[in-house]
Design a binder for this molecule. Structure first.
Ligand code: AMP
Ligand code: MG
Length: 523
């Protein structure tokens, strides 16, 4: 760790807030504020990701050193780190919210690993910044465990995401009113160190555009293209506006691929505000997210969104497009015409449609998805919703249905309700016959089909109740549940004998329990 190289391009090349005193404020004409993490009482490393350590070029032994918990608990800086909080705005739940900024995230620096790759290290929960508004800059253990585990689980599932290096207990308490119902409680605090090539969000561009500060916006756009999309610059003889158009089209494509992965694995982000959308098309800001158990396209775990259900599962691709439109409006202020931006938004639709078809093929065990197969999938989704069928278990087990003699037997474990299953059985048997007929003409080799299905339909996902059990255990002083889950989620597509309990249906007690099916933004 001691010989690590940092190259802090963001703070070197972009305008800083000249004000250095602490205190919440509106920051104009600057893209960030210098701010140091606030030290905590007793930093203690709870868990780390060995894969992320390796990405950073660090030896596994560094975590044993007290210095590691001190740095990633915010009590110490390594040479070369230049901590800052970024200034951005955003649309929250469909409305422009003005300046938001990193209210509790503090970037430590941009690490250059031995392969020359850039990795931004960012603490979440490291204390107040100029952007903390009325909040404390801290994070609770429960939400930090959830962010740490889900970042790594998503990566191993093949979903583009920010990563998590470490989870550090602060030894301090924070006060939270979990459901905003007048019942604040003291909860243990923690800090996650997140890692990504860049934490720039759609909202970073929206804020200067909303203020009419076009020179600042241009600096950020051109910096982002240069630092985070070098492949576009390398082969571009293009002028700056053509380059910006290509860049925005790339953002649209990446966002489409990301959300198609969410739909494949049953992930519901929960708070898809434009300040929570990564310019790199990474899943970012794990808050009140959740995983689909019984298939329900209208489900969202976020109680803060219970009324409008804006961010419900099936709405996520449409919301990505809406958010990209907000980004397009910001970028349009520094473009001579908007046609290329409109084309890029259409590119989102086309790429998403193509990815969704690949999902249909993968989930049904087909080599290619034809028009009729989309209908076959839609019919299945309707059946799964009406009969309360577990999405993850069903698609995994579908690989075990014999095509010569299809039956519901391998799929029994996916049903939550016996009465509903009995009622739906004839419809499912019909559907399985249609599916078998289609598979016979597409991919008759059973072993090949099965292997292809198991590679894209996970067995292990971070079900909400599993995360909650690990949190309850950790709150009682036992961190082992976190490391067990982290380990299982490393190989989500493998059978892991002895770990079947982590791949079962959500238990009944977890159906309507806080943390399992209901979460809020209070974290
Ligand atoms: P989120 O909904 O987590 O994306 O947060 C929205 C905004 O609130 C961002 O500007 C966050 O930095 C800020 N925020 C959330 N929680 C806190 C906190 N505990 N302290 C300070 N700022 C916060
Ligand atoms: Mg956020």
């Amino acid at each position: 760790m001691s010989s690590t190289t940092f190259d802090n391009a963001f703070v070197r090349e972009l305008p800083a807030d000249p004000e250095t005193r602490s205190g919440v404020r509106q920051v104009h004409g600057a893209l960030f504020s210098h701010v140091r993490p606030t030290p905590v009482a007793a930093p203690r490393l709870i868990a780390h990701s060995r894969e992320v350590l390796a990405l950073l070029g660090w030896d596994g032994a560094v975590v044993a050193d007290d210095a590691f918990a001190r740095v990633f608990g915010g009590n110490d800086l390594q040479p070369g780190m230049q901590p800052y909080a970024a200034n951005y705005g955003g649309h929250q739940f469909g409305n422009w919210a003005g300046q938001l900024g990193d209210g509790r995230a503090i970037t430590l620096g941009e690490l250059i690993n031995p392969q020359g790759q850039r990795w931004e290290l960012q603490l979440k929960g490291a204390g107040p910044t100029p952007y903390s508004r009325s909040a404390d800059g801290r994070a609770v253990l429960r939400s930090s465990v959830r962010e740490f585990l889900c970042s790594e689980a998503m990566h191993h599932l093949g979903v583009p995401t920010t990563r998590a290096l470490s989870l550090v207990a602060t030894g301090e308490h924070v006060v939270r009113d979990m459901f905003y119902d007048g019942n604040p409680e003291r909860e243990p605090g923690a800090i996650v160190c997140r890692v990504a090539p860049s934490f720039i969000r759609f909202g970073n561009f929206e804020l200067p555009a909303s203020r009419g500060d076009l020179p600042l916006l241009e600096r950020l756009v051109d910096f982002t293209i240069r630092r985070d999309f070098p492949e576009l610059v390398a082969d571009a003889a293009a002028d700056k506006h053509a380059l910006r158009a290509r860049w925005f089209a790339t953002v649209c494509e990446r966002t489409a691929r990301m959300v198609a992965h969410w739909m494949r694995v049953g992930f519901v982000h929960g708070v898809m505000n434009t300040d929570n959308m990564s310019i790199l098309g990474l899943t970012i800001d794990y808050g009140p997210y959740g995983w689909i158990d019984d298939y329900d396209p209208d489900w969202t775990p976020n109680t803060t969104d219970a009324q409008g259900r804006r961010y419900r599962f099936a709405n996520q691709p449409g919301i990505c497009l809406w958010n990209l439109e907000r980004l397009a409006s910001a970028i349009a202020t520094v473009m001579p015409d908007t046609k290329p931006l409109e084309d890029a938004l259409q590119r989102f639709v086309d790429v998403y449609t193509e990815c969704e078809r690949a999902n249909v093929a993968g989930k049904l065990g087909l080599r290619e998805c034809r028009e009729d197969d989309v209908r076959l999938m839609d019919d299945l989704r309707g059946l799964m919703r009406d009969a309360e069928v577990d999405m993850t278990i069903f698609h995994r087990a579908l690989a075990d249905v014999a095509i010569d003699a299809p039956s519901l037997a391998p799929l029994q474990g996916a049903f939550y309700d016996d009465a509903k299953r009995a009622r739906a059985e004839p419809a499912f048997i019909d559907w399985l016959a249609r599916h078998a007929a289609r598979v016979r003409e597409d991919q008759p080799d059973a072993a090949t089909r099965r292997a292809a299905m198991l590679a894209v339909n996970p067995k292990y996902v971070l079900r909400n109740y599993l995360a909650q059990e690990a949190i309850d255990q950790a709150t009682a002083g036992d961190d082992s549940g976190i490391t067990t889950l982290l380990d299982a989620l490393r190989r989500p597509y493998d059978e892991q004998p002895g770990r079947e309990a982590l791949a079962g249906r959500r238990p009944d007690w977890a159906r309507r329990k806080a943390g399992c099916s209901m979460l809020s933004c209070s974290s």
